[in-house]
Ligand binder design. Structure first.
Ligand SMILES: *Cc1c(COP(=O)(O)O)cnc(C)c1O
Length: 238
């Protein structure tokens, strides 16, 4: 059976294949994270029925409301937290998610280390880099990145898997992807979370291993049914 989401998922998968082939890469090495923030469970289920299993949410609260029930019915779901994480939500996040893309400060590294030690599952961790040095945006400044990664590893004993960035709006994304790949390489980090609906093909050309795609799969995000409307992707964690 065809559906809006299924058709769009197939189109995105096809362009991932094309971008991978054009860059001498295997599409199998690129994880498509379907970003389902503000998307209701019934629509998410269209993607599940179409066989997709990897999803991204940007708020722990919203993930808690939507995902336990879906996970009960589709146990192989892999959930990624791609938005800011407050230290007092770390325990909740660890009970639900398989990867955290927003490690960006030492207080969070410290809390993660403490909670991961007693958690049943170890999430993949990505350090978020503020490649554009934007005051409004979360993430570690590029100049601080090497030191921060070392602090996470040495002082907090965290296993860091990769880096994540959200390039500034209205700027070409390429140089930001290049910078992220460079920081990852010199720190021996294998994973790169970069590329969204507008630029995932370019991110693949720059080595993305995880692309975070919402609109191209689910359509434009409307207002959520909660009174808050759509959360900004740029909000800093507290
Ligand atoms: C919302 C969001 C995305 C997806 O954005 P689209 O343009 O809808 O693909 C990717 N990454 C983060 C961090 C987001 O918050």
């Amino acid at each position: 059976m065809s559906s809006f989401v299924k058709d769009r998922l197939e189109a995105v998968r096809a362009s991932i294949e094309r971008a991978a082939a054009a860059n001498g890469r295997e599409a199998a090495n690129i994880t498509l994270i379907a970003v389902s923030k503000t998307i209701p469970a019934a629509t998410i289920e269209e993607a599940l029925v179409a066989g997709h299993r990897v999803f991204g949410e940007n708020r722990v609260q919203e993930a808690k409301a939507k995902w336990p029930e879906l996970k009960a019915r589709y146990p192989e779901i892999e959930l990624h937290l791609i938005g800011p994480l407050q230290t007092n939500k770390v325990r909740d996040a660890l009970s639900l998610v398989d990867a955290i893309h927003s490690l960006d400060r030492e207080s969070l590294a410290s809390m993660l280390a403490k909670e991961i030690a007693r958690a049943p599952r170890k999430p993949k961790l990505f350090v978020e880099i503020n490649t554009g040095n934007e005051a409004s945006k979360a993430g570690v400044a590029p100049a601080e990145a090497d030191r921060f990664i070392e602090t996470c590893r040495e002082r907090h004993g965290l296993l860091i898997s990769g880096l994540m960035c959200i390039p500034p709006l209205g700027e070409p994304a390429g140089p930001h992807f290049t910078l992220l790949a460079k920081i990852a390489e010199r720190n021996s980090l294998p994973l790169l979370s970069m590329g969204m609906s507008a630029d995932y093909e370019e991110a693949i050309a720059h080595g993305a291993t995880h692309i975070r795609v919402g609109t191209a799969i689910f359509g434009a995000r409307g207002r959520s049914s909660s009174s808050e409307g759509e959360p900004s992707i740029e909000r800093k964690g507290a």
